[in-house]
Ligand binder design. Structure first.
Ligand code: AMP
Ligand code: MG
Length: 309
């Protein structure tokens, strides 16, 4: 296993290599977004289809100049939620130096300023936008620990180990390329909070194939079958519980004992990884989880896990 320090990680990124690093959402597999050959290594390592665009990460809003075209909505959202688990999709600026493959050829670019102190330090040292999707093979459950990264991408992958990711779900992605701001992906910041800052409701993508291509893919799939809204056990199932767990399950991974959605989000992927690797289980059952706040993103990922095999 290849544990690297922040300065070694920055050196590798500047040299056009890929490095996995922690963010508050999930572990990212980073590369210099302005280097087409480095970006190609991300797609190769993940087995990611080239039509699925990547998010570019920055440490300072001053880096936005020349990358994207900001508007008032973008400035408001950035002021309210950055650094944090919010991604903005904006028109690429004329002469934008980010490799076209990062945008999957689209005229837009997804940008996020993460809050994790190690990610911020790394991005500052690199001094360029870093493209970073989740550090897992395409289609698998996203990693929230360095061990998850190694389990998915192999022991040779260079990882900055920062422990468990505190938010535990990918960022919320907001599209700002049209008249109506759109929710391209629910995530670690509640859609209601975004709407409150914007002062208008979020639309849904008109044409998801064009507007958020990655969301159409099979995603977040464990090896075992996943059964949603379970209230009683069937066979030798492991349970992701939310509130008090009913009896009869072969294993229980509590998402939250008290019905706390943020706590459940933070434990979701670790629970899927753990039950998927627990011996003797033939399925994963999930108790009903409310759909408001972070529950929207939790239910989105669980629905993909359930149909994704
Ligand atoms: P990931 O990097 O795996 O967290 O996925 C990033 C997701 O953000 C993609 O799968 C898209 O759905 C969305 N995204 C990234 N860039 C764009 C873009 N330029 N336009 C629309 N959606 C984007
Ligand atoms: Mg991903």
């Amino acid at each position: 296993m290849v544990d690297v320090t922040i300065s070694e990680a920055a050196r590798r990124l500047q040299a056009g290599e890929v490095v996995a690093f922690p963010t508050e959402t999930v572990y990212g597999l980073g590369a210099d977004a302005t280097d087409p050959a480095a970006v190609a290594k991300i797609f190769a390592a993940k087995g990611r289809p080239d039509f699925n665009p990547l998010i570019s990460h920055i440490h300072d809003p001053a880096q936005l100049d020349g990358l994207v075209v900001m508007d008032d909505r973008a400035r408001k959202l950035a002021a309210a939620f950055w650094p944090g688990a919010l991604t903005l999709v904006l028109p690429r600026a004329p002469g934008c130096p980010v490799a076209p493959a990062v945008s999957a050829g689209l005229p837009s670019l997804a940008i996020r300023m993460p809050a994790h102190p190690l990610a911020r330090e790394l991005l500052k040292l690199v001094g360029r936008p870093v493209a970073a999707p989740s550090a897992n093979r395409s289609g698998q459950v996203s990693p929230t620990t360095a061990q998850h990264v190694r389990d998915s991408l192999g022991p040779e992958i260079a990882v900055v180990d920062g422990g468990a990711c505190p938010v535990g779900l990918e960022s919320t992605v907001i599209g700002l390329t049209g008249v109506t701001p759109t929710l391209l992906r629910p995530g670690g910041i509640a859609a209601e909070a975004v709407e409150a800052v914007l002062g208008e409701p979020l639309g849904l993508p008109q044409d998801a194939r064009v507007e958020s291509p990655g969301m159409l893919l099979k995603h977040y799939a464990p090896r075992l079958p996943v059964r949603l809204n379970a209230t009683t056990a069937q066979g030798r199932e492991g349970l992701l519980s939310f509130g008090p767990a009913p009896a009869g399950f072969a294993a229980v991974w509590p998402l939250s004992d008290t019905g706390d959605l943020a706590g459940a989000a933070a434990r979701l992927y670790a629970g899927l990884h753990a039950l998927d690797h627990a011996p003797g289980l033939d399925g994963i059952a999930v108790m009903p989880i409310p759909g408001h706040g972070l529950g929207l993103a939790i239910n989105d990922r669980l629905a993909r896990a359930a149909r994704g095999r």
